[in-house]
Design a protein around this ligand. Sequence first.
Ligand SMILES: Nc1ncnc2c1ncn2[C@@H]1O[C@H](COP(=O)(O)OP(=O)(O)O)[C@@H](O)[C@H]1O
Ligand SMILES: [Mg+2]
Length: 196
Amino acid sequence: MIRVEGLKKSYDGTVVIDGLDLAIGKGEKTAILAPSGCGKTTLLRLLAGFEKPDAGRVTVDGKAAFLFQEVRLFPDFDVLENVAAVLDGKDAKKNAAAWLVRVGLSGAEHKYPDELSGGMAQRAALARALALDRPILYMDEPFKGLDAGSKSALYALVKEVCAEKTLLLVTHDEEEARILCQRILRFGPGMLPSGE
Ligand SMILES: Nc1ncnc2c1ncn2[C@@H]1O[C@H](COP(=O)(O)OP(=O)(O)O)[C@@H](O)[C@H]1O
Ligand SMILES: [Mg+2]
């Protein structure tokens, strides 16, 4: 479903991705573990088509939802409207409200993004990415900074909702990778495979 061949990307002469090959099958849950600054976000941006490779190919078969590392909510929409924006039909707000309950945001429906704590904003962004219901979900360090209890509740939700989806999680949290994914790929600088 996702194929990356000989992918290279540099910024101003600095090589960020130095020849990456990757194949991810339909329904597979894959974690990409790499330290900060190794090019994880750059890889997701290339997969999403936000950036063009310098060399190599990226093939993605299917539509994707994207949970960004920096939470991006529409600032002029309240939380409910942010989620409803990705839903169609007359029940959009009702369905959005149900997603907010699932991520633990009931009662916050009418708050605006600048009134949310970091953790609440992450939950709202997760609700929107899950509500979008695309066959592929990319998540970029989605649970960073959340407490252990919040994380485990959200892991359970993601596992349930993504049972049939192709999931690509980039993280440097080993435990998160193990809980959410069957396959863990480790990379170092240049997004080159790393032994340990
Ligand atoms: N748009 C950009 N312009 C210049 N340098 C960038 C850009 N995006 C990322 N980089 C650089 O590429 C490297 C990898 O960044 P990133 O993909 O965000 O890593 P990670 O997500 O693994 O922390 C970093 O050194 C970063 O400074
Ligand atoms: Mg990143």
